[in-house]
Design a protein around this ligand. Structure first.
Ligand code: TMP
Length: 210
């Protein structure tokens, strides 16, 4: 049974998720909480192999349906091998992207059937749904500029048209508005410290930590 807290971070390219996860991880550890960070696609040996297929190469190298299946396979491994065992023993898990990314990227942006994705997400994660999700909201122009500065070959999604990235932003906000208790929208255009303080305050309040 799930005992730890499960927190996910979502947003467009270059929205600063991984920086903020690192800061929150350190702050929670300081409070004596047993917590780990992980990411999707990825997080396990097989998941990281799948990630390479998804995030590198040309934008048309995979169809949206193949992306859906690959992300779901990575997620199933992640749930069974890392997320479930950690949460079951009371560890907290901070995850860079999760099921909302699938709904937004493969569903709203690539146009796959949303109900199919919701059902596949349910089948993959079961009861292991996030307790809290931060949406780091940023204009696609600024995000893509930041992402391009990163020196790696994980740029398959950055090659998509700007209209794709507008859909991503709009759809994350749409999802956030469906459940204001679970989703917290964070202005990712503020400075790094302001953002991390906001995030930490929300986490402390939500889980009654002094
Ligand atoms: P990131 O780690 O820089 O966020 O890159 C992961 C990329 O994978 C990002 O462009 C979003 C994309 N993605 C999907 O399209 N669907 C998914 O289900 C997940 C988890 C990520």
């Amino acid at each position: 049974m799930k005992k730890g807290k499960f927190i996910t971070f979502e947003g467009g390219e270059g929205s600063g998720k991984s920086t903020q996860i690192d800061v929150l991880l350190a702050k929670l550890k300081n409070k004596g909480i047993d917590v780990l960070k992980t990411r999707e696609p990825g997080g396990t040996y097989v998941g990281e192999k799948i990630r390479e297929l998804l995030v590198s190469g040309g934008k048309n190298d995979l169809t949206p349906l193949s992306e859906l299946f690959l992300n779901s396979s990575s997620r199933k491994e992640h749930i069974e091998k890392l997320i479930k065992p950690s949460l079951d023993v009371g560890k907290w898990v901070l995850c860079d992207r999760f099921t909302d990314s699938t709904l937004v990227y493969q569903g709203y942006a690539h146009g796959l059937d949303l109900e199919v994705i919701r059902n596949l997400n349910k089948l993959t994660v079961g009861e292991y749904i996030p307790d809290l999700t931060f949406i780091l909201d940023l204009s696609p122009e600024i995000g893509l500029k930041r992402a391009k500065k990163r020196n790696n070959n994980e740029n398959r999604y950055e090659q998509m048209d700007i209209s794709f990235h507008y859909k991503i932003r709009e759809s994350f906000l749409k999802i956030a508005n469906t459940d204001e208790k679970k989703y917290k929208i964070i202005n990712a255009n503020l400075n790094k410290n302001e953002i991390s303080e906001d995030i930490f305050k929300i986490v402390l309040n939500k889980f009654f930590i002094n």
